[in-house]
Design a protein around this ligand. Structure first.
Ligand SMILES: Cc1cc2nc3c(=O)[nH]c(=O)nc-3n(C[C@H](O)[C@H](O)[C@H](O)COP(=O)(O)OP(=O)(O)OC[C@H]3O[C@@H](n4cnc5c(N)ncnc54)[C@H](O)[C@@H]3O)c2cc1C
Length: 756
């Protein structure tokens, strides 16, 4: 025993030192990420234009799986023990974060759509809200990525096939006259839709304005790697790889068009469409009119390239895409634009021998670049391969030169640049007007409400059910042997059942061993979570997290059974106390995590948004009005001011917890006052709910970073207390094995009694 006593303080000191060092490093990295986030907000690169992750902080356990899973750099980071979005604009919607999240805390969404007028109003099955029979697939719907486009296209053709089957084909129109489905666009969405339509034997036609198929992918630079995720392509099977060269994908699609003799017509542009009362669409194209019962628009969002609108733009040296940088050498090149496509083209061209490349951008800095492009751009500028001219605008293009205005308003001057080639990457004019003329609505009010992430509630349901059952079993057992467990530990030796129930008896010991097994299982969750060793253990992180919560609490139940519900003043007893604290900190931590406010769909609310919500709440109070609303508001404001925080972590935690109790008391008082008054029950409920939200929001607005810091510190305590508990439990087990000859006990041998 002496060596145990000697080594324990050393280990304890070591633990404390490590804890402090680790914590300091963690806090400094949080501070760094916070600064990066503030900078991203200032630059406007914190928000994505299309789909992006939204994090439900009440579900996020801060495991970092999402951060590791994201192939783009800097989109997500861990701050105060939870995931946050740093450079949202770098997100291209891979969705790997959502797949990797063990607690379903991340969903890929288009964000707050209440103000967006660049996304069509659609049903879940991709049918336009106001135009029955019209479907929108792929990037046009707002969701980028090749995989999404393929999934959309396939799903549209399946829906149409089902409707055609239900309606029966012979309802007045011969197949040759009216198509079942007309697909516009032969990018990934249109091709997948065509393949599925062929597979379902639909009478369909696909038109594509370009002579070639492949859509945006076909226009990527030569040998560009397309990052994707496994997806099923109709009539072909699964595309299993996570990256393809652009040429591989385009070749595959071309070969499938030929192999299955798909009905695709290139060089046909859709100019407009109308839907008649009998539900048949008439599509006006550059090759005449087509009629179809269903229309799938897979047009993408690039539309036609946005022009500069300057003199000389029609010259053959002006291009709006770059397929192959290697075919340009010894040229004086101007690239116009500030997005990733412009930067990639400029860098690609600057790497070819003899090129003199100038990049012209109308703003004073680049705002929404991928981290990799930012770095490559800096390297090219530092290596003097590329000249960047900010605050510049092209005024006119001539055969051997380009005229530009350079500098900010007051000090702008004209500059002439010798030039052989001009590449313009000024984005595209999206086909929204075409869609609107056909009746597609872009009005946010027409959009169906998004599904609420917070309501999904898939969190720890399994663990909770398991724990409920285990607790019921333990309680039943304890009630059955109440006379034994309720007796003082010292007096139990003479009671019936002692040999069975005592810590070293068959029942007590079995529970002790089960608790140890559960500890081991519980801790192996840390291995599963580790980016380096995680793959050793099979199963999804979500299941492991469930198992972690379950075994954490169930091990406490087992230990209680093992010690007969009586903690003794020995190492085992101390381990029990530490375990109780660990379980409590885990549970309280969950409570704190749920404290930071989030939007109705579960999305994290940042400080600015929280502030503006608080401001907009005043009008909700005015509506609640009727005296009772005003009274509740006054009470809540008083509560907020009374609960000022003192400096210091523990004082803040205390204020947070006591504030919750005060809030609960005040609300219950107000609720009963509302009920006894003449106010309808639903109005009382609304005002009380408003009061709760206002209180939390005010607190968070006042102490945003502190609340996040408390959450992270809490998690930290939980982790290190768990380590201390494991240390004590190990000492307890080692002592038991060493002094009580556990082997004998296990096999039923007679050995002297020892303290547990
Ligand atoms: C530079 C860049 C890099 C990207 N990298 C990736 C990546 O690595 N991984 C990934 O998954 N995604 C990537 N994407 C996104 C991906 O390319 C798109 O999300 C995807 O191509 C969308 O497919 P789509 O079929 O919806 O539209 P598109 O591919 O845009 O196809 C639309 C088709 O419709 C045709 N069309 C348009 N209007 C008409 C009309 N009026 N009449 C007839 N035809 C018309 C167009 O000519 C085009 O062929 C990238 C995008 C860009 C711009």
């Amino acid at each position: 025993m002496n060596w145990v006593l000697a080594i324990a303080p050393v280990l304890l000191v070591l633990l404390v030192v490590l804890t402090v060092l680790r914590r300091r490093a963690e806090l400094s990295s949080y501070a760094q990420r916070h600064a990066e986030r503030v900078e991203a907000q200032a630059r406007g690169s914190d928000k994505a234009r299309l789909q992006h992750p939204e994090i439900d902080l009440s579900q996020c356990i801060g495991c970092g799986a999402c951060v590791r899973a994201c192939p783009e750099e800097g989109v997500l980071a861990l701050m105060h023990g939870q995931a946050v979005i740093v450079h949202g604009a770098r997100c291209v919607g891979h969705g790997r974060c959502a797949e990797a999240c063990p607690t379903a805390a991340i969903a890929l969404t288009l964000g707050d759509l209440s103000e967006r007028r660049d996304l069509p109003a659609m049903q879940d099955d991709l049918e336009a809200v106001n135009v029955p029979g019209l479907f929108l697939a792929g990037e046009l719907s707002g969701f980028a990525l090749v995989r999404t486009a393929v999934t959309h296209g396939t799903s549209v053709a399946k829906t149409v096939a089902q409707r055609v089957r239900q309606a029966g084909r012979s309802n007045g129109s011969a197949p040759g006259d009216v198509y079942d489905l007309l697909i516009v666009g032969a990018g990934p969405a249109g091709i997948a839709c065509s393949l599925q339509a062929q597979s379902d034997a639909l009478h369909y036609l696909t038109i594509e304005q370009s002579e070639d198929i492949g859509g945006t992918v076909a226009s990527y630079p030569r040998r560009k790697l397309v990052m994707t995720q496994p997806v099923d392509l109709p009539l072909h099977g699964r595309l299993n790889r996570t990256s393809y060269q652009k040429e591989e994908l385009v070749e595959l699609w071309e070969s499938l068009v030929t192999l299955h003799d798909l009905n695709v017509r290139g060089g046909v542009q859709m100019l407009g469409f109308t839907r008649s009362d009998d539900g048949v669409f008439t599509v006006n194209t550059s090759a005449g009119e087509f009629r179809a019962k269903h229309l799938c628009l897979a047009l993408g969002r690039r539309g036609t390239p946005r022009k500069l609108g300057v003199e000389g733009e029609q010259l053959p040296k002006v291009a709006y895409s770059l397929l192959d940088a290697e075919s340009y050498r010894d040229r004086k090149i101007l690239v116009v634009g500030g997005g990733d496509s412009a930067i990639e083209a400029a860098i690609g061209l600057s790497e070819q021998p003899g090129n003199i490349v100038t990049l012209s951008y109308r703003k004073h800095a680049f705002f929404r670049l991928k981290a990799r492009n930012e770095r490559r751009l800096q390297q090219a500028v530092d290596g003097q391969r590329l000249n960047v001219v900010y605050n510049s605008e092209v005024l006119g293009i001539e055969s051997g030169q380009v005229r530009m205005r350079v500098g900010e308003n007051g000090q702008a001057r004209e500059h002439v640049l010798a030039n052989d080639e001009v590449f313009v990457f000024a984005g595209g004019v999206p086909p929204f007007a075409l869609l609107e003329s056909g009746g597609v609505s872009f009005d946010p009010a027409d959009r169906p409400a998004p599904p609420s992430l917070a309501n999904e509630g898939r969190g720890f349901l399994l663990a909770q059910i398991g724990l409920l059952l285990s607790t019921a079993a333990v309680l039943s057992w304890a009630m059955l042997h109440y006379s034994y467990y309720s007796a003082p530990a010292i007096a139990r030796g003479t009671l019936m059942g002692h040999s069975l129930l005592r810590p070293a008896g068959p029942v007590g010991l079995s529970f002790g061993i089960l608790a140890c097994a559960m500890f081991v299982f519980n801790l192996s969750y840390l291995i599963r979570r580790s980016p380096r060793f995680g793959r050793i253990l099979p199963g999804s992180l979500r299941n492991w997290m469930n198992a972690h919560v379950f075994t954490g609490v169930a091990s406490l139940l087992c230990v209680l059974m093992h010690c007969g519900f009586a903690a003794r003043n020995v190492v085992g007893g101390h381990a029990l106390i530490a375990l109780i604290i660990v379980v409590v900190t885990g549970a309280v931590g969950r409570y704190f995590y749920a404290f930071v406010p989030r939007a109705a769909n579960g999305r994290e609310i940042d400080l600015d948004e929280a502030r503006s919500r608080l401001v907009s709440m005043s009008s909700a109070w005015d509506e609640a009005g009727r005296g009772f609303g005003d009274e509740v508001r006054r009470e809540i404001e008083g509560l907020i001011h009374a609960g000022r925080w003192r400096p210091g972590l523990f004082a803040r935690i205390g204020a947070l917890i006591s504030g919750q109790f005060r809030l609960a008391r005040t609300l219950s008082r107000l609720r009963s006052r509302g009920r006894t008054g003449d106010i309808p029950a639903n109005e009382v409920g609304d005002v009380i709910a408003l009061a709760k939200r206002a209180y939390r929001l005010s607190l968070v607005v006042m102490h945003y970073e502190e609340v996040r810091a408390i959450l992270s510190s809490w998690r930290y305590f939980h982790r290190w207390l768990a380590l201390l508990m494991v240390l004590l439990a190990t000492i307890h087990v080692v002592t038991a094995v060493r002094y009580a000859d556990l082997k004998w006990k296990l096999w039923g041998g007679a050995v002297p009694e020892v303290a547990p």
